[in-house]
Each structure stands twice: as C-alpha cells, then as structure tokens.
Design a protein around this ligand. Structure first.
Ligand SMILES: Nc1ncnc2c1ncn2[C@@H]1O[C@H](COP(=O)(O)OP(=O)(O)OP(=O)(O)O)[C@@H](O)[C@H]1O
Ligand SMILES: [Mg+2]
Length: 262
C-alpha cells in the first residue's frame, strides 16, 4: 500500500505519518517511511536517535553527481533524466523500531522548467518507491504534491489530506484536491486532527462535503508535552494511538489489501 500525506503547515502530517508507520509495522507489514518535507522532522517524530545527524539525499552532492552526471548548483548542459535509483533504498535508508526511513531533502521549486539534477534524482527515486517496491510506503509531504506526477498518481492508494478545525486548512485541502485531479489522482481522503469537540468535527464535515473522512484524531495535550520534552509523540497518547488504529483499518478496507511481510 502506498500512502501520501499532505495538508497545510502544522496540521499534523508528520504525526499521522509516524502513527501510521508504527501501526502498519506493528501489524506485521514491512514499512518504508519517506520524509519528503524540506523541513524534515519525521525521524525525530518516529524517535530515531540523533535525527539532526541525518543527511538528506538531496544534500549528498557526490551521489547526485554520480547518478545524474551533474553536481547540484553547477550549471550543466547535460544530465541523465533516468538515473539509477533502485539500489538507493537499501543503501540509504535508516531503520529504527522496525520502520525504515529515507529523508529526501529539498525539492527545488521553480517554473515547470526546474529540471535540476537533485530534483531529477528525487523524483526518480519517489517514482521507483511507489511503482516498484512491494511494501507499505508512507510519504510525508509538504502542503503540495510536488513529488507526485502522472506516472506515480496511479500507484498511490490513498492521498491523505490532514485538516484541523480552521478555514485555512480547508482551503489547502481544496487546493491539494485540485492538484491531485490535475494529475489524475482520484483516491483522496481526509484525516481530521486536533479535534476538541463534536462541533469542530461537524464544522469539518460540513465544509468538506464531498470528501471521504478516514478518521478524527483528538487534540491531546500529551502530544504537545511530548514535543516540549523532546520525546517521540507517537507513544504519548493512548486515545490518539487508538484513532490511528481506526484510520489504519479504514485504509485497509478502502484501499487494496497490501501484501503482508512473508
Ligand atoms: N492531535 C494533536 N494534539 C495535540 N497536538 C498535536 C496534535 N497533532 C499535532 N500536534 C502538534 O502540532 C504540531 C505540528 O504537528 P506536525 O509536525 O505533525 O504537523 P505537520 O503538518 O507535519 O507540520 P509541518 O507542516 O511543519 O511539517 C506539533 O507540535 C505537534 O506536537
Ligand atoms: Mg511535518
């Protein structure tokens, strides 16, 4: 199963990616979590030791040059558009608590003509991970879907947009939905986070009438406290973990049944 997670800044994308990675791993699936947010903090949220020492792939300039033929930042008249990437997951993923992680780093933005060498490598890698790998892949993205394209849209079993009670995250959900439609990605669903009351829940349902909701994660001060204490929030709240299990079940029943680890 391939799950991509997007949504407005700060809504809880990384928390959800971590909770789902943990739940799938505990259920016996082989899980690869991908941090595709330039402001990477999935490693810390999953409790990986020394997350600050992890070098994102986009900053491995020797590797980018070796695979694409062009060094990041240097003007190149030629570089490979289909670099070899199939050996990168084994070489560059980290493992902790049964979860494997790859940190991608910054995708450079620019016009549609922004074909720099590190973007090419990252896109090729994401495409490979989504199309060729037989495992649960969880992609923690930013408030867009830059890492996805038409080729990968079909491979994504669910694009989850995280929202919180507030108009701005709803507007972002509509924007992401539009981007998803543009690349032919129909399998989009909502997870509501930081819910404190029934009226907040109803606010989101009534403002996102045509969307499927996979679950509603309560607001829990224990998550904030864990963050302040520099502890992994994934183990800090039983009620949040319970809802993560419900979302996991909803994913299994609405997306194709993934193959279990043998
Ligand atoms: N259910 C919750 N209850 C309380 N606090 C929460 C909850 N979910 C997330 N938070 C807090 O909100 C903040 C943002 O969460 P998180 O980093 O998961 O969001 P994000 O969408 O990945 O943010 P960014 O856009 O910066 O990557 C964190 O400090 C986290 O501890
Ligand atoms: Mg995040």
């Amino acid at each position: 199963m391939k799950i991509a997670i997007s949504g407005k800044g700060g809504v809880g994308k990384t928390l959800l990616a971590s909770l789902l990675a943990r739940t799938f791993a505990e259920s016996g699936f082989s899980v690869l979590a991908i941090d595709a947010d330039p402001d990477a903090n999935l490693a810390a949220t999953l409790g990986f030791p020394h997350p600050e020492k992890i070098t994102p792939l986009s900053e491995m300039h020797d590797l980018v040059e070796e695979r694409t033929g062009a060094r990041p930042g240097q003007a190149a008249t030629y570089f490979r558009l289909n670099p070899k990437v199939d050996d990168l997951p084994e070489k560059y993923c980290l493992e902790y608590n049964g979860i494997r992680l790859m940190v991608m780093g910054r995708i450079k933005k620019g016009g549609s003509g922004c074909y720099c060498s590190e973007n090419t490598l990252l896109r090729a890698l994401v495409t490979h991970l989504l199309l060729a790998r037989d495992e649960v892949v969880i992609l923690d993205m930013e408030a867009g879907i830059e890492h996805l394209g038409r080729a990968t849209a079909k491979a994504v079993d669910k694009l989850i947009v995280v929202v919180e009670p507030g108009r701005r995250s709803i507007e972002t959900a509509y924007r992401i939905n539009k981007l998803a439609q543009d690349i032919g990605l129909q399998k989009i669903a909502i997870v509501a986070n930081k819910i404190r009351s029934q009226s907040e829940r109803e606010f989101l349902i009534s403002n996102l009438p045509n969307f499927q909701f996979l679950g509603f994660i309560p607001y829990d001060q224990a998550i904030v406290d864990a963050d302040l204490a520099n502890l992994s929030p994934v183990d800090s709240s039983q009620q949040v973990a319970n809802e993560a299990r419900n979302i996991y079940q909803a994913l299994l029943s609405t997306a194709q049944e993934p193959s279990k680890k043998s």
